[in-house]
Design a protein around this ligand. Structure first.
Ligand SMILES: [Zn+2]
Length: 102
């Protein structure tokens, strides 16, 4: 992994394909069993045209457009619905590192 992190743009993140996500997950996830039900069947939620995000909600009544957000992909256990997220910026950095290594 590179020590120098590049802050990805939205178009950088939108360039990440479902194939990239699946390769990232198969390389990084050592135990694919669900922490809730122990099944091993996951569905990946990622749409390059509309990124999922964790969105900040100010508690002081103010707002900003767009709101502060962390783009993510989600994986959902097909058996019990347990959901987890992975930050898309980390997947982007992994993809950059892969292209440098080749
Ligand atoms: Zn489960």
């Amino acid at each position: 992994m590179s020590d120098e992190l590049r802050v990805p743009t939205i178009s950088d993140l939108a360039s990440i394909t479902i194939e990239d996500v699946n390769k990232f997950l198969s390389e990084k996830i050592k135990d694919a069993s669900c922490p809730a039900c122990t099944e091993r069947s996951w569905s990946v939620i990622h749409d390059q045209t509309q990124l999922l995000s964790l969105i900040g909600m100010p508690t002081n009544g103010s707002f900003s457009v767009p709101p502060p957000a962390i783009p993510v992909i989600a994986t959902v256990c097909v058996n019990c619905g347990y959901a987890r997220v992975h930050v898309l910026g980390v997947i982007f950095q992994w993809k950059l590192d892969q292209s440098v290594a080749q």
